[in-house]
Design a protein around this ligand. Structure first.
Ligand code: NAG
Ligand code: NAG
Ligand code: NAG
Ligand code: NAG
Ligand code: NAG
Length: 473
């Protein structure tokens, strides 16, 4: 109202109009800020922000201690930037964008903690009960998991069953907390610089990638224990000689099954399943990351070996052959370092081999649990939901599984006698009572519910299948 107005005969009307307009805008502003402040105070719950800020400091300190020159820079209570030291040789050229690999990576620690802690409760193997629970499970989703189906969907269910039955267990064959310590072994040429073999074999389960050879020649570097192998579709035709000699090694196929797979599976005695939780998109890369997901869904502690995580690499290497070109080592290295400092993995590498295995600068499980709870509350209040943060708050689809009694298990009616007479279904028929105590306790805490991801790496949208607690698991 102090604004100078041009003198005019209609000035009083103007003044009134402007006064009214101003009062109106003030009112609108007041109402807006009331709601805005309302949601903001909820969003910026100071206690949760404090917990997360403290957690950021711990992560920052951990990166400083363990990152070989990597530094973490806080943006806010969730976001931080990992920077490589000045002078780092960034030689990886992105052929598509004609840019060199960046030396800085921004991460949302809140999202990362939510995502990776979720894996500890997750089932990461595709099951029949999952397909039954999803409304589009058989018709659309199942069809996406079969290559060269020759049809858009599973309108002909018999056809889809023929493809999937050999690798489709009724219920989860593996359980959260099933193992205490697991080793995830990558294929980096780094492995030849160390002799981690015995250490790797001392784990309760060992998870390997694709066609990684396990034999006397490499035993002292990579060990000889074989429990799980995660393979991409392309490696199927090589799997028979690779699995030869280890009837019990479980093959988990990362992407889709295939006519060739069905034939291959019939000639081997090994358990074979499809991974659940993949990003169904072209170019979804990194078998390594999927192995960590698989490991985390079964193991308390995940030790990784043979990933290119030390400074000084410009390309990835393989311990048994020439590597594929075109990876970007800096991006992976930064992310693995973040995961270590979030308590997801423990990194073993040549440059870390001599150091005493001391994890005291990694945040404790208790701190991670508090940060997870705080991140969950903040996310919920931001979304303006009802604030429910229970273990089932992301369950979008519910289904019922079992009781299954003593069956059914995966397999085909016409399978070879070699397969039929093997122990391929040993995990599926394993009695609940023989599971590790921690796995049984978790199952009870989860009220007999198995939790699966609906799609890829999205946090939300879980498929939850309830089993009767008593009779069956
Ligand atoms: C960076 O890496 C390239 C390719 O390996 C190498 O030719 C070059 O000498 C390196 N530069 C420095 C400064 O280390
Ligand atoms: C459905 O698939 C089965 C198995 O391949 C085949 O025998 C049958 O003819 C198909 N049915 C139709 C209606 O196409
Ligand atoms: C498996 O290994 C055995 C002994 O090493 C060999 O005789 C056999 O031919 C192999 N089979 C296949 C299918 O590679
Ligand atoms: C299956 O496992 C059982 C128990 O571990 C063992 O006795 C049996 O020999 C195995 N059978 C085959 C074909 O490996
Ligand atoms: C995971 O399961 C435990 C019970 O073992 C439960 O207390 C916890 O809330 C669950 N966490 C998530 C992220 O669902």
């Amino acid at each position: 109202m102090t604004r100078p107005l041009k003198p005019s005969s209609r000035r009083p009307a103007f003044v009134h109009l402007i006064c009214a307009a101003t009062i109106f805008s003030l009112l609108v502003f007041a109402i807006q800020s009331f709601f805005f402040t309302g949601s903001r105070t909820k969003y910026l719950n100071s206690e949760d922000v404090q917990i997360l800020s403290d957690f950021q400091s711990d992560v920052q300190q951990c990166v400083a201690n363990r990152g070989f020159g990597l530094t973490a820079h806080t943006i806010d209570h969730c976001k931080l930037v990992l920077k490589f030291p000045e002078g780092t040789n960034s030689t990886w050229l992105n052929p598509q964008f004609k840019t060199y690999e960046p030396l800085e990576y921004t991460y949302d620690v809140c999202e990362a903690v939510l995502l990776w802690e979720q894996y500890r409760n997750m089932t990461t193997v595709l099951t029949r009960e999952y397909l039954d629970a999803r409304p589009d499970g058989w018709m659309d989703y199942a069809a996406k998991r079969i290559a060269q189906l020759g049809a858009k969907n599973c309108n002909n269910r018999t056809l889809c069953e023929e493809h999937l039955n050999p690798i489709l267990p009724a219920k989860p064959p593996f359980h959260p907390r099933q193992f205490h310590k697991c080793a995830v072994v990558g294929n980096s040429g780094d492995l030849l610089k160390t002799e981690f073999g015995e250490e790797i074999d001392s784990h309760d389960a060992v998870i390997r990638d694709n066609e990684a050879p396990v034999n006397e020649k490499y035993a002292k570097h990579v060990g000889i224990k074989r429990d799980f192998r995660l393979g991409v579709r392309g490696t199927a035709r090589n799997m028979v000689p690779i699995l030869n000699g280890s009837d019990n090694e479980v093959l988990v196929i990362k992407s889709v099954t295939h006519k060739d797979f069905k034939k291959m599976i019939d000639t081997i005695p090994n358990p074979v399943y499809l991974f659940q939780g993949i990003v169904l998109r072209r170019g979804a890369k990194g078998t390594g990351m999927k192995s960590v997901e698989l490991a985390l869904s079964m193991c308390d502690i995940v030790d990784i070996y043979g990933f290119t995580v030390d400074p000084g690499y410009t390309e990835w290497t393989r311990y048994f052959s020439e590597p594929r070109k075109g990876h970007n080592p800096l991006q992976g290295r930064a992310y693995y370092q973040l995961l270590e400092c979030l308590g997801v993995i423990r990194i073993h590498s040549p440059m870390r081999a001599k150091r005493v295995q001391d994890w005291s600068d990694v945040p404790t499980r208790e701190k991670i649990g508090r940060a997870h709870a705080a991140a969950m509350r903040l996310k919920r209040s931001q979304e303006g939901g009802d604030g429910a943060v229970g273990q089932f708050s992301n369950c979008k689809v519910w289904g019922n599984g079992g009781p299954y009694g003593s069956g059914p298990v995966s397999g085909a009616k016409d399978m070879s006698s070699k397969r039929r007479n093997s122990n391929y279904s040993k995990w599926e028929v394993m009695p609940f009572k023989s599971l590790r105590k921690e796995a049984q306790e978790h199952y009870v805490q989860m009220e007999g519910v198995s939790v699966y991801k609906m799609d890829g790496n999205k946090l939300d949208d879980l498929v939850c299948v309830k089993h009767p607690l008593e009779s069956d698991a």
